[in-house]
Design a protein around this ligand. Sequence first.
Ligand SMILES: *Cc1c(COP(=O)(O)O)cnc(C)c1O
Length: 229
Amino acid sequence: MRAAALESGRSVDQVTLMGASKGQPASVLASALAAGVHDFGESYVQDALPKMAALAQAPEPGAAITWHFIGAVQANKTRAVAEHFAWVHGVDRLRIAARLSEQRPYHAAPLNLCVQVRIGAEGSKGGAEPHEVPQLLRDIARLPRLKLRGLMCLPPPETERARQQHWLHQLRQLFESVNADGAGLDTLSMGMSADLEAAIHEGATLVRIGTDLFGPRVAPPSPSHIQSA
Ligand SMILES: *Cc1c(COP(=O)(O)O)cnc(C)c1O
């Protein structure tokens, strides 16, 4: 991350490292925490809850951990996400955002939210269409229990750096254009193991790294998780 930031004339302090810890046991997260990773991303609520409990009991209590929900947010999962996470990255519809706002507990700080944007029509997963994003942001900004923070994408997988930048640049341009219109976003959530350098070059402020940090996922989600997550 430091090398990539340097190469792009940025400071590594401008980029948060999130460990995409889905499929990893709590012991692995505890090691990462001890090594200085304080942000974890989970894709399945039912896998995340026992890890949150385990890490809350770690010698250094879990106060320093920020939990991010990075899976697809389905309507029947909004309450658990609103109750247990500090951030949610995969929101692409007003209806889901409205439920999250309604269900965010009053004693908790507002839920930080990134809108997922579809970048690259083929092979990309989920997200609002770029042209829908300005209106969606205006609508979400009115919801009381949410704090609108930024944009997120899962671009089509590419191995060539120029192709990676081509997609990531589209999210960056949208980010800059909505901010020029006053959206006030501070988070560009993009960059995974394969495109970390390209993402930092294109202005990512938060990268989501799984494989390159933890190795292969040891407990791939079972089909039942995929159905209910
Ligand atoms: C798993 C996951 C990642 C990390 O992917 P790696 O290629 O293992 O680094 C990043 N973002 C999201 C949304 C994920 O689900």
